[in-house]
Design a protein. Structure first.
Ligand code: FES
Length: 614
């Protein structure tokens, strides 16, 4: 018989620590018995904590018998050894969950059970607890399973705290981010009758930005996405829809695509969903599904301010991240975005664009043919300036010309993303709540870039022309254009001994909503050639510690990805300045003041375009 040495040692919650290597153990079937302490050390109804081989135990004496359970309350971790016993019922004193002392069974219908362990009182007067040989691993698995149940409950109850607790427990137990993100995506897609929501988009962004963010902020990122999902879901499942029944002679893709576009046009989401599910069921390549969705997303003008295409892109990124596990549910919400979002050809704002773009759209096939047959380079930086022109009509013509010459559509999308970064960096702080517009075009241009890599097609070219028009519409958001830091500009009378100090100062500027100072500092950081990763981590942290909304996450992702794509220092600078400006400015709480000032200026007959530079 080998029995473990008892090494009393006060730890965290005052538990007695039993060293990992038992000297003398009893092996009974799968169990290894560990000596705890003398039975006489216990008073009746008393509970004591122990820590044995990584397992936290609460041991009790009740009516001359001894019982051991996991010392962590499955609700929120209260130490069970501090609980009390009433008629054989063990009570956790934090929120009064009650458990059967013998079995650990929870009296709450939805509560998790406590794991119970056998205890023996031996002839030597000592108590011995039996732990399964693989108890550590088993405990880990229990924590992961219970964490997943807690996460589901937190999502259902819309409790950020429960979500955070579940995420922390899951990650501590070794659950991968993929497992947590997959559960969130599935819940978000399944438990809502809405479209692709901001929460699932943020979770996808968490996956995309995982390596850019300080690992200390990883849990926080997950909680952001999951808590937004909880706010946008009702807890009741989307009604089930099946793919079409299998037949010997399946429909060809041309017919299915024609039907898909037809039903999206008629805003018949159920029919369109079934076609998408049928494609998935028949194992068509993901590029086929993407082609259907991207085509429908660009069939109408800038659908949903670009969100239909942007969310379609996020959906395919998410599906790839989870390797298309659960695709049946994850694919469904996007159809809601395709059928229900604003089609801008129906709005008066876009009325002047329709007669310009329609003839171009008639020529899409020939533009595509020439594009594929030719090859030409594009100066991204120079072309971004063309896209920033005031009138869209001449720009539309130049874009067609470039495409026919064989310029890669992705390069035009990159130039559009760069131009959108300029729109954001030049956005006047005192504009009236149009921040979403600049974020939308920035994220849209990036989504289009990605879509051309994923499923290039002539239809997708329409998305480029939609973006060109919207960029021109946004020109007034840069009137007057906000100043941007000049080369070599520094904060007066400030020097920093180290990069850490510089980044700490950046956080302070963000805290005190000093947008321009934050930009000057980022400009200095880039000019001095410091490592980009700590700057990315700091900007992410500034965002993550706020109750940030989707657009801020989107801007961050686009800025980071296009910084990485470019080798041009000015283009890189503009992306990082756009992210800095967007993130720090969102904290400004002076809209009432500025709206009143703007109204007073107008009443005095002044032009808003002549406001102070900011
Ligand atoms: S922690 Fe035990 S009931 Fe809440």
């Amino acid at each position: 018989m080998r029995t473990s040495t008892l090494t009393p040692q006060e730890t965290g919650v005052g538990s007695i620590h039993v060293e990992a290597l038992p000297i003398d153990e009893v092996v009974e079937t799968e169990l290894v018995y560990h000596q705890l302490c003398l039975a006489d050390d216990f008073e009746d109804l008393e509970g004591k904590p122990f820590h044995v081989n990584g397992t936290h135990l609460a041991v009790f004496k009740f009516e001359d018998k001894f019982y051991a359970v996991d010392n962590r309350c499955p609700h929120m971790g209260y130490p069970m050894s501090k609980g009390s016993i009433r008629d054989g019922v063990l009570i956790s004193h934090w929120h009064h969950w009650e458990f059967d002392l013998k079995s650990g069974g929870c009296f709450l219908a939805f509560g998790d059970d406590l794991k119970a362990f056998p205890v023996e009182l031996r002839d030597d007067g000592y108590l011995y607890v039996g732990l399964a040989k693989g108890e550590r691993e088993a405990a880990k698995r229990r924590v992961i399973d219970s964490g997943k149940r807690s996460l589901e409950r937190g999502l259902k109850d819309r409790s950020t705290f429960f979500i955070a607790k579940a995420v922390t427990a899951l990650r501590d137990a070794g659950a991968t981010p993929n497992e947590i993100i997959q559960q969130g995506l599935h819940y978000g897609a399944h438990k809502s009758s809405d479209g692709w929501s901001s929460g699932v988009a943020i979770l996808t962004l968490a996956a995309n930005l995982w390596d850019d963010v300080d690992p200390k902020d990883h849990n926080l990122f997950l909680v952001h996405g999951l808590s937004q999902i909880s706010r946008r879901t009702t807890g009741s499942a989307r009604p089930y829809r099946a793919p079409f029944p299998q037949v010997t002679e399946e429909h060809d893709l041309e017919t299915l695509k024609r039907w898909f576009r037809y039903f999206i046009d008629k805003r018949h989401s159920g029919a369109a969903e079934r076609i998408l599910l049928t494609l998935n069921d028949r194992d068509y390549d993901k590029s086929v599904l993407a082609d259907f969705v991207y085509t429908a997303a660009t069939d109408y003008y800038f659908t949903g301010d670009g969100h239909a295409l942007d969310f379609a892109n996020k959906m395919f990124e998410a599906l790839d991240y989870v390797e298309w596990d659960g695709a049946h549910e994850i694919l469904r919400p996007i159809v809601v975005d395709l059928v229900s979002r604003t089609r801008h050809e129906e709005t008066s704002r876009w009325a002047d664009a329709v007669p310009v773009l329609e003839p171009v759209f008639e020529r899409l096939d020939s533009i595509w043919e020439e594009n594929q047959a030719n090859e030409a380079e594009l100066d991204i930086s120079e072309f971004a300036q063309v896209l920033l022109g005031d009138e869209f009509e001449p720009t539309v013509a130049v874009v067609e010309e470039k495409l026919r010459a064989g310029v890669d559509p992705r390069d035009i999308c990159r130039a559009m993303t760069y131009a959108s970064a300029v729109r954001t960096a030049r956005f006047h702080l005192k504009n009236e709540g149009d921040w979403h517009d600049v974020a939308n075009i920035y994220s849209y241009a990036h989504a289009l870039y990605h879509a051309f890599a994923y499923a290039p097609s002539p239809s997708l070219l329409r998305g480029i022309f939609h973006g060109v028009v919207f960029l021109a519409y946004l020109r007034w958001l840069n009137m007057p254009a906000a100043r941007i830091p000049k080369p070599g500009q520094r904060i007066p009378d400030e020097t920093y001994d180290s990069v850490d100090k510089m980044l700490a100062r950046l956080q302070e500027f963000a805290d005190f909503q000093k947008v321009y100072e934050a930009e000057i500092l980022v400009n200095q950081y880039l000019e001095e050639g410091h490592d980009i990763d700590p700057l990315k981590q700091t900007l992410s942290h500034i965002l993550l510690r706020e109750d940030a909304e989707l657009h801020m996450f989107q801007v961050l992702e686009v800025a980071f990805r296009h910084y990485d794509l470019s080798e041009d220092s000015e283009e890189r600078r503009m992306h990082m300045l756009a992210a800095t400006r967007y993130i720090t400015a969102q904290k400004l709480m002076k809209n009432i003041l500025w709206s009143t000032e703007n109204a007073e200026r107008l009443a005095r007959g002044e032009l808003l375009s002549e406001r102070d530079d900011d």
